[in-house]
Design a protein around this ligand. Structure first.
Ligand code: MN
Length: 743
């Protein structure tokens, strides 16, 4: 940085230029006096950030201006939000206080800035309770959704300008982004931002795959554009002749969604057919919107044959996040399925900008699905004692899922996630109905509680006063609401039983002449390796701990270590952390200190040298090395950032690492023999196991073997592909191992 020559005059001019661009972007929402407010916020931000620079060397003020620009242009927010976006980092990073903000800009702005400052530490590396903090973040959402919208703009700009960050920071920000921010953007209906966040995360987390797909997309660009042109031509002509005005164009799918499809269907890039969708955006009037969309649908399907299974009507029943559109898939001129999305300009604005656009049109849709959703978030957050991590998991699932529509016996419409069961429906009606539910009638037929509801089902719930929530209900309900209610009711039940157990234990200890005091209860809890004294009482009440066990405790009592378990755990984590950090660098070098530092290669992703990796400190099992694209990585990084250690491979060739290949081909006499010859003779690789499936002449085998590094593996894959009859050789993304536990 010291050699950098900075032209301050030029910078000043650039800052002003960016500020004017921001004003242009917010023009449509500006009212009298707004410009003055924005100017004041801009000046305060410039002044308070004046000595700060970003990692790239640029003046810091570029960042808040850019965040404000995203808020105005891409989310469609108004003056208050623009002011808040400009000031979003001042209270946290400069001498400006919240009181200053309130004095200058009023209560509303101060409140939003306060929310933004509070959640800025959500993913601090030092914070061990990211999940709890995320919950706090959602609380502010229930307060004023603009806090989250500005936070999303902030995150988007940071992701867009991440190339100057150190690699570990990039990985951490990327995992949080796919884990939480992208689903949030999705739920708020910000499709464009959601896709960009996912693509940017993938760019850093799966560098090679990202570049590969990007290159492939570019290679076929001209061909694709010609196809789109030919496809659109007749539709355009027909729309015009029927008096409909429309914009019609091809929209490429995001790299991340293409990659998802490849993984989900296990197909190569070449077999992903829907690399783009055709979008028809109609000029319409409020009273003609619906009929115009269907008119356009009829025109499209006059030219191309539709797939009847792929019609989606979100015009009649919009999604919970406000999305409205008519989707169909038709057979294109070259025998290829093409998705067509039909919507009006208003619907399109809501689809792109989500929530804020919704407000703009609010007068026409005051009872929107989104309002209902925010109402639901509020309701959920009111439940104070659900475990923060569980809550996060349940909540996240609800963020992602698509919804179905279910009718009550009286014909009212209830929205549920697409995999919801009859019991979820019962809890959605009322928590008491859920708690006493014994069965349901779906379309007048009796079904069990775990029945999977289908779109359009009519459901009647059967209850009994004798019923109470059961532990196994948690295995099939999916809504966060039902889960939270069941958990809290089970907890209450357990608490009652534990109270009885406490009395029983008191009597039993008395008969053994052991004093009943908190110290002894603590020791007993530890002795039976239970998480809390409540669990101890509960087990006593359930008869799972008897007098004999207590006697054993009596004799062994002196040997029990007098330290609570979680304290020991934390110390262990910290000691390990220190032993790693005490090295010359804070990067864990894998391969050389194999003996000195206790680490293992995670079985969920089987890393081998050459893979991008990181270390994760576990309590009982030392340091685990994971691939950065391990299916568990995002969750670990997002929730336990403080336990992540940077890690890198050192060059060495004497060690061998377990990895797996999946080989497909045409079954031919001697194919296995040919494969194993290449593996063990030509490449001198040790195999641990081979499983082969042969079905109607199609061969599918998995081979687990020990290789040195990715280069070694890549060469082997190349050679195996050359074997006659082999059609595909792929490294497993992960072995079918159980999900890694965080402890
Ligand atoms: Mn910021």
């Amino acid at each position: 940085m010291k050699d950098l020559v900075i032209d301050l005059e030029a910078e000043k001019a650039e800052i002003l230029k960016r500020y004017r661009a921001l004003l242009r972007a917010s023009k449509s929402t500006l009212q009298k006096g707004d410009k003055k407010m924005i100017r004041k916020a801009f000046e305060m931000a410039v002044e308070s950030h004046k000595d700060m620079r970003r990692k790239s060397g640029e003046p810091y003020i570029y960042h808040p201006i850019a965040v404000a620009q995203i808020a105005a242009e891409e989310i469609g927010l108004g003056t208050t939000s623009i002011v808040c976006a400009l000031l979003h980092d001042v209270v946290e990073d400069t001498y400006v206080t919240l009181e200053d903000i309130e004095r200058e800009f009023g209560k509303k702005v101060a409140k939003i800035i306060d929310g933004l400052t509070k959640i800025s530490g959500v993913f601090d590396t030092n914070s061990s309770l990211q999940a709890e903090n995320f919950r706090k973040m959602l609380l502010t959402l229930a307060d004023d959704v603009r806090v989250i919208l500005i936070k999303l703009a902030d995150r988007l700009h940071n992701m867009r300008t991440m190339e100057f960050m150190p690699r570990d920071k990039q990985l951490k920000l990327s995992s949080e982004t796919v884990y939480l921010y992208a689903p949030l953007a999705h739920r708020l209906g910000l499709y464009a931002i959601k896709s960009e966040l996912e693509d940017l995360s993938m760019k850093y987390m799966e560098r090679e795959t990202y570049q590969f797909i990007k290159k492939k997309l570019n290679e076929k660009k001209a061909e694709r554009e010609r196809f789109i042109h030919d496809f659109i031509e007749p539709v355009k002509a027909a729309l015009t002749s029927q008096g409909l005005h429309a914009d019609i164009f091809g929209r490429p799918k995001s790299i991340h969604s293409i990659w998802n499809k490849m993984k989900k269907k296990a197909i190569p890039f070449e077999e992903v057919y829907d690399l783009f969708a055709i979008r028809i955006i109609l000029d319409s009037t409020p009273e003609n919107e619906k009929s115009d969309c269907w008119k356009a649908y009829s025109i499209v399907t006059d030219s191309y044959r539709p797939n009847p299974d792929r019609l989606r009507d979100w015009v009649s029943s919009p999604k919970a996040n406000g999305y409205e559109s008519l989707h169909t898939t038709v057979m294109g001129p070259r025998g290829q399925w093409v998705e067509v999305q039909i919507r009006t300009k208003r619907m399109n604005e809501i689809a792109e900008k989500g929530f804020a656009a919704h407000w703009k049109y609010k007068e026409s849709s005051s009872d929107s699905g989104l309002d209902q959703w925010i109402h639901k978030v509020r309701e959920l957050l009111r439940n104070p004692d659900s475990n923060a991590l569980d809550f996060l998991d349940d909540f996240k699932m609800n963020l992602f899922s698509d919804e179905i529509f279910i009718f009550t016996p009286k014909g009212a419409l209830i929205q549920l996630p697409s995999n919801a069961t009859a019991l979820d429906f019962a809890f959605e009606i009322h928590s008491d109905v859920g708690a006493s539910c014994i069965g349901a009638k779906v379309n007048h037929k009796l079904v069990p509680l775990n029945y999977n509801l289908q779109n359009g089902d009519q459901v009647e719930i059967i209850t009994s006063s004798k019923q109470s929530p059961k532990e196994d209900w948690l295995n099939f309900v999916v809504t966060a609401k039902a889960k939270a209610k069941i958990k809290s009711s089970l907890k209450e039940e357990k608490r009652k039983i534990a109270e009885d157990g406490k009395e029983i234990l008191e009597r039993k200890l008395k008969s053994l002449k052991i004093t009943y005091n908190s110290d002894n209860i603590q020791k007993l809890t530890l002795f039976f390796k239970l998480p809390s004294s409540q669990d101890l009482f509960y087990r006593v009440a359930k008869g799972q701990i008897d007098l004999q066990d207590l006697k054993e405790f009596h004799t062994a009592e002196r040997t029990v270590e007098n330290k609570p378990q979680d304290k020991i755990d934390q110390e262990q984590v910290q000691n390990l952390m220190r032993s790693v950090k005490a090295k010359d660098s804070d990067i864990l070098l894998i391969g050389e200190d194999m003996q000195k530092i206790d680490y293992k290669l995670a079985t969920c992703c089987n890393p081998i040298p050459g893979d991008d990796v990181f270390g994760f400190i576990t309590v009982s099992d030392g340091i685990k090395i994971h691939r950065t694209n391990c299916p568990n990585a995002a969750k670990l990084m997002a929730n336990y950032g403080y336990r992540i250690v940077k890690a890198r491979w050192t060059t060495q060739h004497e060690l061998a690492f377990l990895t797996g290949l999946r080989i497909t081909g045409i079954d031919d006499v001697g194919l296995i023999n040919k494969l194993t010859t290449v593996i063990s003779n030509d490449f001198k690789v040790n195999m641990r196991s081979i499983t082969v499936d042969s079905d109607n002449g199609i061969f599918e085998g998995t081979i687990m073997m020990y290789v040195n590094d990715t280069e070694h593996l890549d060469n082997l894959i190349k050679r195996l592909k050359q074997v006659k009859g082999v059609t595909g050789v792929n490294r497993f993304d992960s072995a079918p191992a159980p999900i890694e536990k965080a402890s």
